[in-house]
Design a protein around this ligand. Structure first.
Ligand code: NAD
Length: 248
């Protein structure tokens, strides 16, 4: 099992939002964190914040749509920290709720490339390292309630997140018990992705049991739990962290 204080966690999309919160959450537990993002300055700022707080972090440029780039992320992580125990496939982009009939090929391909091909590329590159040694490797994919129902995004986003939950299940099926793969399904969260739609988030969450949108830390805490020994029997599931949005 992975002991968080001794672990190495690679987190994609960690310059902002939930990935940034995950980076802090893991570092606070004593993990060494690789902060991966296409936003180099943002990633560097997060790594500096963690280091200033006494934690251990390294920023690495990584574009999850680029197979060479993800290979470099794995190489640099192993070079610096010796291994990878936990991979959080978190980078993602939204599609402005565009229905299929209005979606261009460029929009469709961009969303599928980051949200679905990205976790595939990153996981495939990291699997040999995640499987090394006696401890299990952990993969946590940031899906969405849009991975379970329609309406949480447009056609491409919803398809990408449904696919990501399927990918998570298949990873568990193919690689358990060596790899413990799970997904989280956030509802509405205030992050870089949603900063221009805070009023929409308020309206969307008004009638939900929580009655509000989430802070990124509220999702990151569940990801930290899923990565820990506490979740040793949790394999291949997609955990809603949605303030009860999907109860009805
Ligand atoms: P965010 O925009 O704050 O963070 C996403 C990060 O991903 C950014 O730092 C961005 O630079 C990075 N990124 C984008 N493309 C990349 C690429 N090709 N390679 C590497 N990094 C890349 O958004 P967030 O809300 O924190 O999103 C994190 C995840 O949560 C995403 O997968 C998103 O789909 C999912 N999600 C978000 C919400 C929400 O309400 N915010 C809800 C459900 C799921």
């Amino acid at each position: 099992m992975v002991s968080l204080p001794d672990s190495v966690a690679v987190i994609t999309g960690a310059a902002s939002g939930m990935g940034k919160a995950m980076a802090h959450e893991f570092a606070d537990e004593g993990a060494s964190v690789v902060v991966v993002d296409v936003d180099e300055d943002g990633a560097a700022a997060v790594a500096t914040e963690i280091a200033d707080g006494g934690g251990d972090a390294m920023a690495v440029y990584g574009d999850v749509t680029d197979t060479d780039s993800v290979e470099s992320v794995v190489e640099e992580s192993v070079e610096e920290f010796g291994t990878i125990d936990i991979l959080c496939n978190n980078a993602g982009i939204l599609d402005d709720f565009t229905p299929a009939g209005e979606a261009s090929d460029d929009l469709w391909n961009a969303v599928i490339d980051v949200n679905l091909n990205g976790p595939f590329h990153m996981t495939r590159a990291a699997l040999p390292v995640l499987q090394e040694g006696n401890e299990e490797g952990v993969v946590i994919n940031t899906a969405s309630i849009a991975g379970k129902v329609a309406g949480g995004g447009g056609a491409a986003y919803t398809t990408s997140k449904h696919g990501l939950i399927g990918f998570t299940k298949q990873l568990s099926h193919d690689y358990g018990p060596d790899i413990r793969a799970n997904a989280v399904c956030p509802g509405a969260v205030a992050t870089g992705m949603t900063e221009d739609m805070i009023e929409d988030l308020e309206a969307m969450t008004e009638g939900t049991p929580a009655g509000r949108y989430a802070k990124p830390e509220e999702i990151a805490r569940v990801v930290r739990y899923l990565a820990s020994d506490e979740a040793s029997f949790v394999h291949g599931t997609a955990v809603n962290v949605d303030g009860g949005w999907l109860v009805d």
